[in-house]
Design a protein around this ligand. Structure first.
Ligand code: SF4
Length: 123
């Protein structure tokens, strides 16, 4: 039976080191949401990925995502796909120790519906 991980919005994943890679479409969407030009968005909120092949969100000095405001994501409704996909469509060994998402045994049909709702795409 598939397991769907129900996010508890604890924001732990917004505080880990790592990189949130951005597609061109995501940059355009985030820039519109922030009401800035794409050029200004890139200058203000992004950095080169570690392999220097693309752009990722900047971190704050303390390692948090630049869009984490207190306990909330400032761009929740338009957040990048990589953020939406965790932890159901990607995760890492031992993630359950640091992510508070609640595992639920669900039917295959409910799993597809829940993942679609959480990530905007089918598993
Ligand atoms: S995915 Fe996990 S770590 Fe991230 S906010 Fe949800 S419960 Fe917390």
């Amino acid at each position: 039976m598939p397991i769907f991980y129900e996010c508890q919005r604890c924001t732990a994943c917004c505080r880990w080191p790592g990189q949130v890679r951005l597609s061109d479409e995501e940059i355009a969407r985030l820039a519109r949401y922030k009401e800035v030009s794409e050029f200004d968005f890139i200058q203000q909120f992004t950095r080169l990925t570690s392999d220097r092949t693309g752009l990722a969100l900047k971190d704050k000095e303390n390692g948090e995502c630049i869009f984490l405001e207190g306990e909330n994501c400032a761009v929740q409704s338009v957040k990048p796909q990589q953020c939406r996909d965790f932890p159901n469509l990607w995760n890492f060994p031992g993630f359950e120790k640091v992510c508070h998402a609640i595992p639920r045994d669900v039917s295959a049909e409910d799993y597809r519906a829940a993942v679609l709702k959480a990530t905007g795409r089918l598993p």
